[in-house]
Design a binder for this molecule. Sequence first.
Ligand code: AMP
Ligand code: ZN
Length: 469
Amino acid sequence: MERAGGKELHLYDTLTRQIQPVKVSDGKQVRIYCCGPTVYRDAHVGNLRTFLLSDLVTRTLKFNGFEVDLVQNITDVGHMSEDFEEDKMIAQSKSEKRDPFEIARDYERRFHNDCAALEITKARAYPRASECIELMIDFITKLLEIGVAYQGSDGSIYFDAEKAVDYGGLSGNKLEALKPGHRYEYEEVGAKKFHADWALWKAAGNRKEMIWQTPWGAGFPGWHIECSAMSLKYLNNHVDLHIGGIDLRFPHHENERAQSNPMVGGEAVSLWLHGEHLLFEGRKMSKSSGNVVLIRDLIERGIDSLALRFCFMENRYRSQMDLSWDSLKAAHSFLARLRKSYKTTLTTEPILTEKVSEFIDSIVGDFCNDLDTPKAMLKLRALERLEIGAGERRAIFEILEPLLGLDLLSSRPARPLPDAASKLLEARIAARAAKDFALSDSLRDQLEKFGVLVQDTANGQEWSWLVDF
Ligand code: AMP
Ligand code: ZN
């Protein structure tokens, strides 16, 4: 069912600290850049909360008739770890004893799978840092020509922080307040003119991997220059909306703004959007807290990955959010109920009435109001109790699905079977065909550990969930 949209999306802009409308500066498309993953490990569900932000924005804009051009980078070189001052890719390559590019391609593939599991809209392009080195060299060359960058005594090229206009505008970290020795950025003591300057290009030094030849010698790019170079190249010199997690406000986005603005002679980004962090069962999600949760962990527990999407939407992107297994299970059951409820409407044609329009407009209004998705989700919960006919209910489901992305019209099983369990089921069919009953029994026991109950019937092997929540 089609319905005309047309509302403007308003979002909280970190720079002006005000709610601003999202503008289409070229009159054609909203140009969006979302900082992507550093592909040395799996994205955890916290990272995915931030990546979902670009999807929520994109769906809201498209629902309202806007065209969107979305670009998201893949960081596969140059992102230094804060603890070890080593490239995250190279550190991982040492610990896995594998080629860093091989690791990057693996985790990149897994990132795309995770995004698909959350129905995150695909970007038009996913440029890789390692394949945009020329772009970065050109960008740095221009910054040198403009006179806001210089070569340090160690051969690296630095951005001259004191030449930045309005440095600190995004994060509030003014140059005067940044003390020397403050570990906010990888630095080579003594090589820079000023302690707050940051590396655009690092001289290779002893590093042998992931280095490139340049007019200034061999080396590798800094992390911030990657996003400046890619966003302006891929989005034709202006970004209408720039997205990332709150931790990227400083130094990443502050430095990116300082680099990009002199290139375009004004504000390169119209609106800076930052998503707050996700906590899990009360604690910051981190390796050291031992509470890193991946999409795979949800699937292994039989939880629909879209239950995570629903939980995210039950919370405002600008607030810290605490996720728990209980809230995921509750969301899982709710989605299953909604899908069942949609199926019961299929005997009737969809009907567009005033009540339907009011319901939809109100939910769209919430999305447009700085992504007030919690309010919209409360309304979605109330849909179960709304006194409307089946045709009206059907219309609501069908019209809203492209905005919600919850796969409410699907016939997907309420609880997807993990890959490992389907392999065991196949192996058991083969074992029974070969009359290897000892193996077939052992496979039945293994399946039970996944919560899968197997029965042998006249029609062959059948399975069901031991417990359904
Ligand atoms: P990374 O792969 O580490 O470069 O991070 C990818 C994105 O995830 C960035 O936009 C981060 O700001 C964001 N991020 C990191 N940790 C969290 C978290 N706990 N909750 C939400 N977003 C996060
Ligand atoms: Zn970035």
